[in-house]
Design a protein around this ligand. Structure first.
Ligand SMILES: [Mg+2]
Length: 187
């Protein structure tokens, strides 16, 4: 049975580096907890072209330097041992394939598939793969996937806390693991 797992904000803790980068660019001093929505252009009041240009310059460095979220590696290892096939499904561009693979290897994340979509539209790949469950922190992706019939565990983050969500919300990888193990989902 397949589980889909998002990367940024779910396995890789990129929020603080992203906020530092944005603060520097915009001469502001926000902290991660103040990022109340996923769209940083709106949070920082900049144009999308500016954000795209900034990410052209900084994204690879953020990818390389992001720490791993606590207990992600251990929990994903346990899921694999219990029979889950792990597919990492990310909106990152395929140009970061090498940096992403290196990071996943360094952080000892086991996976069968790595899908760099260069898009936030994850529904098609989830349906193609037949993922039984997706772990995701982007509330907009969660809405879309949920609407398409993919069960979601929403990974809690400052940018998704203020949006309505009737489904499962987990604050840690221990919680995610316990939920998968103890509830409806069996590989
Ligand atoms: Mg994410």
């Amino acid at each position: 049975m397949r589980i889909g797992i998002d990367l940024d904000g779910t396995i890789a803790d990129n929020l603080e580096l992203l906020v530092q980068t944005m603060n520097h660019y915009c001469s502001k001093d926000l902290c991660g907890e103040e990022i109340y929505q996923y769209n940083l252009c709106e949070v920082y009041n900049i144009k999308e072209e500016q954000f795209i240009q900034l990410m052209e310059e900084k994204e690879e460095e953020i990818i390389i330097k992001s720490p791993i979220i606590s207990f992600a590696s251990e929990s994903i290892h346990k899921l694999v041992l219990e029979g889950w096939e792990v597919h990492i499904i990310t909106a990152r561009s395929p140009r970061y394939q090498g940096a992403t693979e290196k990071w996943l290897q360094e952080k000892e994340i086991p996976f069968t598939g790595l899908h760099l979509l260069d898009s936030h539209n994850k529904l098609e790949i989830c349906q193609q793969l037949g993922v039984k469950l997706m772990v995701e922190d982007n509330i907009h992706n969660a809405y879309q996937l949920n609407g398409g019939g993919i069960p979601i565990i929403l990974f809690d983050a400052p940018h998704n806390r203020h949006w309505p969500w009737q489904g499962i919300r987990c604050k840690s990888w221990q919680e995610i693991y316990s939920f998968v193990k103890n509830h409806r989902f069996c590989p």
